[in-house]
Design a protein around this ligand. Structure first.
Ligand code: HAM
Length: 418
């Protein structure tokens, strides 16, 4: 027996309706905000992520699925969606089209992390990216979009929005110096990762999960106190728009995000119902990524939500999710009724209804049992007499009543009661 690889999961037919509900909501809300779908490859040249996501991040240094293909090229299974979208935007010359450029994606992503509840090695994201707009309204639209998506999925009441600004490369340089001064006397007591982050990117130290380091990071200087005038005005603008739109948030200076490309606004939606992996959606502005990848400077903002975490949250909150059921099971009691049931099922399907009929020569009792398992709304029973009369005995499985319905009126009958 070959087992599923560690950190991966099957999405089984019995629970796929939750995936569909989330994906349908993602598409419908994207549509309302004017975001169109983009699909990019599952793997990219490794350099895209090391340059884009940042080579001091855990994602790039520890978690990437990187391998040489048969042509000797280093390729990587995408650990996230933003870098691939940026590459596609540049490579396809999309800056020449309508701006702002707005896209969404539903993807699988891969990170070699230690698996636990809500943390997988293959996981799925719904993400959105908006390019070309640098003002606070773009940040506010991305956040409002994320907020509406979560509310329409049904988890709105259980999530909290945290926002922060991590400034621009100019004000961040001054902050990094302050951070280094703060951490320098404690370096000996901090973990080896933090000691190397100290030289390469001290802000990463704020994200350290080691208890020994957290006792220092919790007292570290805050980026918010170092924002330059432009970054401060921008952040004030985002907060004002969110407030006016009735979107509640808290400013949380501890949010730095785990990827290097961010600047200015960063945000996360978290839920206490999720345990340790409490972030269900994260995003922010990233004004330098596109130029870093070779495009002309293009401001950008976006977010991604983890689908598996959303499903965990739906389950934890016992949110009712509409499951699709079979409209009608056509039950033939003898061989000629079975044939008629087959043909009637085809007719009803042409009329847009979902139907099933017996494919396994089952007894009447076994067919009823199967129809029940399918959650069929109606069971249309056909026997010798019904065939002669041109009618079916239609049982309403919700209230156990039944009625004689002519074959040619069956579709109408079911549609009228569904
Ligand atoms: P991220 O915070 O790394 O951001 O991931 C976004 C979401 O994906 C997380 O909040 C979480 O729900 C889910 N997620 C991440 N890693 C895992 C995992 N190992 N297992 C299960 N779920 C996971 C990004 O990926 C950015 N690209 C978001 C973005 C888009 N920023 C701007 N545009």
């Amino acid at each position: 027996m070959i087992n599923i690889p560690k950190g991966t999961k099957d999405a089984l037919p019995s629970e796929i309706y939750k995936w569909h509900a989330i994906e349908d909501t993602a598409k419908a809300v994207s549509d309302r905000y004017g975001f169109r779908e983009i699909r990019t490859p599952v793997f990219e040249h490794t350099e895209l992520f090391s340059r884009g996501v940042g080579d001091t991040t855990d994602v790039v240094t520890k978690e990437m699925y990187t391998f040489l293909d048969k042509g000797g090229r280093s390729v990587t299974l995408r650990p996230e969606g933003t870098a691939g979208v940026a590459r596609a935007f540049i490579e396809n010359g999309l800056a020449g089209g309508a701006m702002p450029f707005k896209v969404y994606y539903l993807i699988s992503a891969f990170r070699y992390e230690r698996p636990q509840a809500g943390r997988l090695r293959e996981f799925h994201q719904f993400g959105a990216e908006l390019y070309g707009a640098e003002g606070p309204s773009a940040d506010a639209e991305a956040i409002a979009f994320a907020d509406r998506f979560l509310r329409e999925v049904g988890v709105g009441k259980a999530v909290r929005l945290h926002i922060n600004s991590i400034g621009c490369p100019i004000c961040r340089a001054e902050y990094q110096t302050a951070l280094k001064e703060f951490f320098r006397p404690h370096l000996d007591e901090m973990c080896p990762d933090c000691r190397s982050r100290f030289d390469k990117n001290p802000m990463r130290m704020l994200d350290c999960k080691e208890e020994g380091c957290k006792k220092f990071t919790s007292h570290a200087p805050r980026m918010l106190d170092y924002l330059c005038e432009d970054c401060r005005t921008h952040f004030e603008g985002v907060k004002a728009l969110l407030t006016r739109a009735g979107i509640s948030f808290e400013v949380d200076p501890s949010i730095v995000r785990g990827l290097d490309y961010y600047s200015r606004t960063v945000f996360e939606f978290t839920s206490d119902a999720l345990g340790a992996q409490s972030t269900v959606l994260g995003g922010g502005r990233y004004d330098t990524l596109l130029s870093q990848l070779g495009a002309k400077p293009t401001p950008a903002v976006g977010f991604a939500a983890g689908i598996e975490r959303l499903i965990l949250l739906l389950d934890a909150l016992a949110v009712p999710v509409q499951e699709k059921h079979v409209d009608c099971y056509l039950l033939g009691m003898d061989p000629s009724s079975r044939e008629k049931a087959f043909l009637l099922a085809e007719e009803l399907r042409s009329g847009g209804l979902s139907c099933e009929t017996d494919l396994m020569d089952r007894s009447v009792k076994a067919q009823f049992k199967y129809a029940d398992k399918l959650g069929a709304r109606f069971v249309a029973v056909l026997g010798e007499q019904e065939l002669q009369e041109g009618c079916a005995e239609v049982k309403d499985m919700q209230n156990s009543t039944s009625e004689r319905v002519r074959f040619d009126g069956l579709a109408q009958y079911i549609k009228g009661r569904n």
